[in-house]
Design a protein around this ligand. Structure first.
Ligand SMILES: *Cc1c(COP(=O)(O)O)cnc(C)c1O
Length: 397
């Protein structure tokens, strides 16, 4: 049996691999340069062009692009009317922003547990956490796999709750043949460089509702409007605008929008490569005793953002930390997505305690994220698979 590098053997590769990396090409560079040479660096024509492109791509009626995925969640929570005394239900296995958007508006995040096999929020647990204060459900399509949206939306409708799909991982995914973006009342995207398409930073909220759309536009830009219908006084002249509510400067620049328009042209290409890589990982790991492969619901045609390696710790005589370090020693730098949100000191101080979501907590102990990105070559992926095989064989109980 081959000795892992961490135990004194030699590593599978010298040059490190990381879990994610953006992919940009000449067209992206040209698109950005074109904006830089134009009249508008912000509030220009690229914003509307990108919004139209997102609508076309997803089938959503409206898109509002903004500075990042966190801002998108914030204005979506505001548009939903979430505020003091209200509750927002979400999963703990997510980036903190999915829950922080409740705190931003003075509401309380409530954590529902995950399904132990798909790792997405469990609709039964959501049901169990609904109170007369629940106003919003944020379903996170963790790793890119769509949540059980029919069930979540049915629960929400029954109780008059607004649904927000945090689709930071799931651009390009279809649920029952429908593109992510038209399922929930609002859908949010993130365009951070580790995500499937990037604008450097960037975000968007999609909705079919005219009413929510108007609110999102206001909150994106200070609560300021030039729309006569929304203004309270008659116009005082061509320069006139009003601040009719309190919003923020969450605008995206035209530089980012230009890059994103170009990146979205490559979505199909990104998607098919990611699918190929996931299929190959799944097939390689299905046969390994000691590895649990994430279950996929048949309704989700998934464009995966993350590949989660789950260790069956009952079968391995190693813990996640040692396995993680051992992967690093082989030249594969993994990551962990995610630490349950309520473990963080800020949440502890708000009164959240361990034990809230047993399935989520168990998952956290056993996972690491493997390299998954468009530019990952077949040979590099072979090294990742070889490292996992080497370690699981060595550490098998
Ligand atoms: C990345 C991410 C966000 C936040 O997006 P930013 O663009 O980084 O602000 C929100 N939710 C999830 C699930 C994410 O992965």
């Amino acid at each position: 049996m081959e000795k892992p590098a961490i135990e004194g053997g030699s590593p599978i590769r010298e040059k490190k691999l990381y879990y994610g990396h953006q992919f940009l090409d000449e067209k992206d560079y040209e698109a950005v340069e074109k904006v830089l040479r134009s009249d508008y660096l912000t509030c220009g024509p690229k914003i509307g062009e990108l919004e139209e492109k997102l609508c076309k791509l997803t089938g959503a009626k409206h898109a509002v692009v903004c500075s990042n995925g966190t801002a998108a969640l914030h204005i979506a929570a505001m548009a939903a009317g979430l505020g003091q005394g209200d509750e927002l239900i979400t999963t703990p296995i997510t980036f903190a922003a999915s829950a922080n958007c409740a705190l931003y508006v003075g509401a309380k995040p409530v954590f529902a547990d995950i399904d132990p096999e798909t790792y997405n929020i469990d609709p039964e647990s959501v049901k169990a956490h609904i109170t007369d204060r629940t106003k919003v459900i944020v379903g996170v399509d963790y790793t890119g796999q769509a949540c059980k949206w029919d069930e979540l939306i049915a629960i929400a409708k029954e109780h008059g709750i607004t649904t927000i799909e945090d689709a930071a991982h799931s651009i390009g995914t279809l649920y029952k043949g429908r593109e992510v973006g038209t399922l929930a009342d609002m859908t949010t995207f993130s365009f951070h460089p580790v995500k499937t398409v990037t604008g450097g930073e960037g975000g968007a909220v999609l909705t079919d509702s005219d009413e929510l759309h108007k609110k999102l536009l206001l909150y994106r830009s200070h609560g300021i409007t030039r729309d006569e219908e929304l203004m309270e006084a008659p116009s005082d002249g061509p320069w006139y605008y009003e601040q009719v509510d309190l919003g923020y400067n969450y605008r995206m620049t035209d530089i980012q929008a230009g890059l994103l328009i170009s990146q979205l042209d490559k979505l199909e290409m990104f998607k098919s490569r990611r699918k190929e890589l996931v299929k190959r990982y799944d097939e390689a790991f299905k046969g390994i005793d000691g590895i649990i492969v994430q279950k996929e619901i048949k309704e989700s045609d998934t464009c995966r953002h993350l590949y989660i390696l789950r260790l069956d710790l009952k079968k391995l005589k190693v813990d996640r930390r040692r396995f993680f370090d051992a992967m690093g020693a082989e030249g594969i730098c993994c990551n962990v997505h995610y630490i349950p949100v309520y473990y963080f000191p800020h949440y502890k101080r708000l009164g959240y305690k361990k034990g809230l979501c047993p399935n989520a907590e168990a998952l956290y102990e056993e996972i690491l994220s493997l390299p998954l990105y468009y530019g990952l070559s077949d040979d590099e992926q072979s090294d990742v698979i070889a490292a996992v095989k080497k370690l699981t064989e060595y550490y098998h109980g």
